[in-house]
Ligand binder design. Structure first.
Ligand code: PRX
Length: 655
């Protein structure tokens, strides 16, 4: 098996799929041909082939009231049945669904039959707690099997889950619970991270605490998994232990069919304003594209493969490529609870070796931190089971791409660089590993059935090689159906810019190269990408100004070798505070403060205390200039500043 370079240039190498891989690939050229011949017929076929419909649909797409799409809308299905029961009924109940590896080294494997039974019990419990179709359930859990069972139990009832990443603070959790109007919260006493039991329940207690303003929260019950055994406060009547109620339920529960457009989940993500958006996804179209891409992009053979996606269920990648895609396809997968480097830097590679992982999907930031640790760590493990690698969340720089393939992939495994978003629900742009010649650094081509373009501000395609805005020119099955409770913001944010053409604007800059391959150029709005996680400059700025010492704040995403971008804050302090404290002391305090307000992922790498911020005559902060300072570059054009000398003052203060 050897890879060969074909028609490549030194600066733009290409790697053809290994011959034996290509010969057996799940996705062949015919799916591309079918999709380009008739896009809707293609999705219709995928949906019928990949899913079980209790009531088969007769309509594929209703786009009569754009941008509100309806896919397969007269069909009915149960999402959890598609991920569980039908595999058991087909005789695959003994297949492992989940190999769970806990950070302290405990492990557990669940077959499809066992996971199905567990989900039925949890569904019974939730019904007993009053959860029915359309109700919202917030999930705040570590990466343990109960998390996956919880999502599926909610889906089984036709209810809507809203997963909140366990690294978010009590305030962030409260905002999400309130916005969604959740009836039940599912949490744990804690989870293991970096060798410690890290508490979760106190944040839930704090999020649900009396607001002192007479306002009644919507949460009626909290279902608590015991994971770490740490002490928890108990609110009798509201709180219920998972281990008291779940095992006591019968493992029987009939999965009712729900309409294809029944909401499946809300997932909050950062936008350009301070308030996170509740991205809404529905059932039939979402599951179709999640299953299709999981099978074809990852070349899945469910009977043989052991798949591992390192994402947490708190992010969209965990929803689509840990829960729904893999389980709809009957895959065997690994889930891992903790951090990559605990108890020692080779932990992930031990997991690959232990379970014989064949397909591994992760983020460039992780690859870059492994690069820093050196190749001897992975090379001391047996990684020969791996046959396909995937990347998601941010552009993977060619150097990291090559390291990933050489060191982790034995120099031969294809790497699929997958571009998509919380909003797109599933992969939109990626190589198909058996047919695409790979180009490190480029996400490459829209998957079959997806249409994208790179356009200028008027919607006209830009010339090959030129930078422009990435748009989706046609609706797709797993597209977001809205922003929870805010249809206007949905239209405004994604559709207004190219309203006359009906294009979805993704917020990313991109360019097409001479072959038509897509290169992502990063966000063109005020959204940052730190370790593949989306953060809004406005949200962090509002956390900073909420601190009593802050007069004004501006936040930028600066290039960072490991995390892609890093949060850098420029803060003007109130005079009175500076008299009593040192600038360093306050900078440290503000970093911690942001961590508490939003969550540790939002904590700025640097906080610079400055005397002024660069503003235009109309008062708009010129973040571009601050980014120059943060990245140690010469400061760009300052002509539009109200006071052109301000940048030299700031630069001097920062250095
Ligand atoms: O900027 C793009 C970047 O991540 C953004 C979406 O973030 P989120 O909704 O959190 O979803 C991340 C996981 C799907 C995009 O707007 N992004 C994602 N994948 C890539 C990427 N940028 C470049 N290459 C990618 N493969």
């Amino acid at each position: 098996m050897s890879s060969h370079l074909e028609g490549a240039t030194a600066s733009n190498p290409r790697f053809a799929p290994p011959m034996d891989f290509a010969a057996q690939a799940v996705a062949g050229r015919e799916i591309q041909e079918q999709a380009s011949a008739d896009r809707l017929a293609f999705w219709e076929k995928q949906s019928r082939d990949l899913l079980h419909w209790d009531t088969p649909f007769t309509r594929v797409l209703d786009w009569s009231t754009p941008p509100f799409a309806r896919w397969f809308d007269d069909g009915e299905l149960n999402v959890a049945y598609n991920c569980l029961d039908r595999h058991v009924e087909a005789g695959n109940g003994d297949r492992i669904a989940l190999h769970f590896e806990g950070e302290p080294g405990d492990s557990r494997s669940l077959t499809y039959a066992e996971l199905t039974s567990e989900v039925k019990r949890v569904a019974n419990v939730l019904e007993g707690l009053g959860v029915g179709p359309g109700d919202r359930v917030a999930i705040y859990l570590p990466m343990i099997p109960e998390a996956i069972a919880s999502l599926l139990a909610v889906a089984r009832l036709g209810a809507i889950h809203s997963v909140v990443f366990g690294g978010f603070s009590a305030d962030s959790l409260r905002a999400r619970i309130d916005d969604a109007g959740a009836k039940v919260v599912i949490t744990a006493d804690g989870g293991y991270r970096k060798g410690r039991a890290s508490a979760l329940k106190p944040a839930v207690d704090q999020a649900l605490a009396d607001r002192g303003n007479g306002e009644q929260g919507t949460v009626e019950h909290v279902l608590v998994v015991r994971r770490t055994g740490q002490e928890v406060e108990w609110n009798a009547g509201r709180d219920v232990w998972w281990h008291d109620v779940v095992p006591a339920e019968p493992a029987t529960h009939e999965a009712r069919a729900f309409p294809a457009e029944n909401p499946l989940f809300i997932l909050y993500t950062s936008g350009t304003t301070g308030k996170p958006k509740g991205i809404l996804h529905t059932s039939g179209g979402y599951l179709t594209q999640a299953a299709f891409t999981h099978k074809n992009v990852f070349d899945l053979r469910p009977e043989n493969d052991v798949y591992w996606c390192s994402a947490d269920i708190g992010w969209i990648t965990g929803h689509s490529y840990v829960v729904y895609g893999p389980l709809a396809n009957g895959a065997t997968q690994v889930i891992y609870e903790g951090t990559p480097d605990h108890p020692e830097p080779g932990r992930w590679w031990d997991v690959v070796e232990k379970y014989g992982v064949t397909i591994f999907y992760t983020a460039p930031t992780a690859v870059r931190s492994f690069m820093k640790q050196g190749r001897s760590i992975p090379q001391s493990r047996d990684l020969s089971s791996l046959r396909l690698l995937g990347s998601v969340g941010e552009p993977i720089n060619p150097e990291a791409w090559k390291w990933f393939r050489d060191v982790i992939g034995a120099g031969v495994t294809p790497i699929v660089d997958t571009w998509w978003q919380t909003e797109t629900g599933a992969i939109m742009i990626s190589a198909l590993p058996g047919i695409t010649d790979l180009k490190p650094g480029s996400a490459q081509v829209p998957i079959p059935g997806i249409s994208v373009a790179v356009v200028d501000e008027t919607g006209e395609p830009v010339a090959r090689g030129d930078g422009g805005l990435l748009v989706a020119t046609e609706p797709w099955p797993s597209m977001l159906r809205g922003i929870w409770g805010d249809p206007e913001r949905f239209v405004e944010t994604y559709w207004k810019m190219f309203a006359d053409r009906g294009y979805y604007f993704a917020g990313d800059g991109a360019r097409l190269d001479e072959d038509g391959d897509v290169w992502l150029l990063g966000r063109v709005d005020d959204v940052m990408n730190v370790s593949g996680h989306r953060l809004s400059t406005a949200e962090i700025e509002s956390a900073l100004v909420a601190h009593p010492a802050t007069a004004e704040a501006a936040v930028v995403g600066a290039n960072d070798e490991t995390t892609g971008q890093a949060v850098v804050a420029f803060v003007i302090l109130k005079e009175s505070y500076l008299k009593e404290n040192t600038a360093e002391g306050l900078a440290g305090e503000l970093r911690g403060w942001v961590g508490e307000q939003i969550g540790p992922i939002a904590r700025p790498r640097d906080v610079y205390i400055v005397g002024e911020l660069p503003k235009t005559r109309s008062g708009k902060i010129m973040r571009r200039l601050l980014r120059d300072v943060a990245e140690g570059r010469e400061v760009g054009d300052t002509q539009t500043l109200a006071d052109t000398s301000v940048m030299s003052v700031i630069t001097a203060q920062v250095r």
